[in-house]
Design a binder for this molecule. Structure first.
Ligand SMILES: [Fe+2]
Ligand SMILES: [Fe+2]
Length: 137
């Protein structure tokens, strides 16, 4: 499945979230064309982006005193934990394990965005209709 195709993208109506999800899904979708020699850098920069995106959602949740923060944070931590777990081996050149870890990401993200992120976006739109309309990041 090519997750960078628009029909797979879930729009949540919060531009900061939709923008980072779009970028993230595009980046994940490129994994197949990244040569092995460039893979470790690609992997590490993708993990860094995922960390930033998760952090910004978590800040939003803190800001809103959001009820679902604990479960949402746990889901973020679980996927990041898996990516961090294999990062040292990827750095040492084990590209295959990194590629396998990334194969799991599209389904995980599409499901996470359609469920947890959607609930968060609903709360953001209800609480701050204007404040988040043009915030990026
Ligand atoms: Fe998200
Ligand atoms: Fe999330």
């Amino acid at each position: 499945m090519d997750i960078s195709k628009p029909e797979h993208e879930v729009q949540l109506g919060v531009p900061s979230m939709d923008g980072s999800h779009h970028e993230l899904l595009n980046q994940i979708g490129r994994v197949g064309v990244i040569p092995d020699a460039e893979f470790p850098d690609f992997y590490l920069s993708l993990v860094a982006k995922i960390e930033r995106d998760f952090r910004s959602e978590e800040l939003l949740m803190e800001d809103l005193d959001y009820d679902g923060i604990k479960t949402h944070r746990e889901q973020h931590a679980r996927v990041l934990g898996g990516l961090h777990h294999v990062a040292p081996r990827v750095k040492e050149g084990d590209v295959a394990i990194g590629r396998r870890a990334m194969e799991l990401l599209p389904q995980w993200f599409l499901f996470h965005i359609a469920t947890m992120d959607r609930s968060l976006a609903d709360a953001v739109r209800k609480a701050k209709p204007a404040a988040h309309a043009s915030v990026a990041g």
